[in-house]
Design a protein around this ligand. Structure first.
Ligand SMILES: [Zn+2]
Length: 263
């Protein structure tokens, strides 16, 4: 599995949107005893959410919006949680600095350069219905009446294109790995680039299509190798290295590209 975000989330996924977190029925069920806390530290105020979870250990997560969440075992006291957060001040500061360097979200307007497999497609928005998207050489022509519709339509195009592209690359690598997935799904997970189940389903994030092909190949090979070795043991990395001797550089590039994503 390849995680996307900066922190180490607990097993359960959560929405990145604060509104969902506070209002969602599902989430309310798992609300923590201390929904939020604030620490007044010498170098500034630190606000964070607390999630009581089934995890046995404390963990911190900083999402793309800079929201900090501590996942803590149910029985842990607030004092212990605070002590943990204070002990991780350096980590939080460093990750926040990385976030601050991240580019602003892309404005989906005429002429915008949409990253696509290492290159760019020029966005051409036509205010027309029904909403649709088609590629014309190096341009993506989107029919949409407002930015929301443009975003949704573009994402739809990326997802469809991703499904095709991933299937081709998997067909290329599977014989070399010696195992093919039973199913391939394209997802929009916020916290992962790819994952693989014991039933043989490989899931990949459509946003990978905004990255160079060499990085996409790394994620695909990584997940295909999990069909052979489900963990990250030396045997797993040996398999990855057999196919992609430069996997380390690709993994580094994936992290950088993930931070630079704008849409
Ligand atoms: Zn993995």
């Amino acid at each position: 599995m390849l995680r996307r975000l900066l922190g180490r989330p607990c097993r359960k996924r959560r929405s990145r949107f604060p509104a969902d977190r506070q209002g969602g029925r599902k989430c309310r069920k798992r609300r923590s005893r201390f929904p939020a806390d604030r620490l007044d530290l010498p170098d500034g105020v630190l606000d964070y959410d607390i999630r009581a979870s089934d995890c046995r250990r404390l963990s911190l997560r900083l999402d793309a919006e800079g929201q900090l969440t501590v996942s803590a075992p149910h029985a842990l006291s607030l004092a212990a949680i605070r002590e943990f957060v204070v002990s991780r001040r350096g980590w939080i500061k460093a990750k926040r600095a990385l976030l601050a360097e991240a580019p602003p979200p892309l404005r989906l307007e005429n002429g915008a350069a949409l990253p696509f497999l290492g290159g760019f497609l020029e966005l051409n928005v036509v205010p027309r219905t029904p909403a649709r998207c088609r590629r014309e050489a190096d341009r993506l022509v989107v029919h949409a009446l407002d930015p929301y519709a443009a975003h949704r339509t573009l994402e739809g195009w990326y997802r469809k294109t991703a499904a095709q592209y991933f299937a081709e690359r998997i067909a290329h690598f599977a014989p070399r790995v010696g195992k093919a997935p039973r199913r391939i799904t394209v997802r929009a997970q916020r916290s992962r680039w790819g994952s693989c189940t014991s039933q043989g389903t490989v899931s990949l994030n459509w946003r990978l299509l905004q990255m160079p092909a060499a990085i996409v190949d790394y994620v695909i090979v990584h997940e295909l190798c999990h069909l052979l070795v489900p963990n990250h043991s030396p045997r797993f990395w040996a398999e990855v290295a057999r196919l992609l001797p430069d996997w380390r550089e690709r993994r580094r590039a994936l992290r950088a590209a993930g931070r630079a994503l704008r849409f």
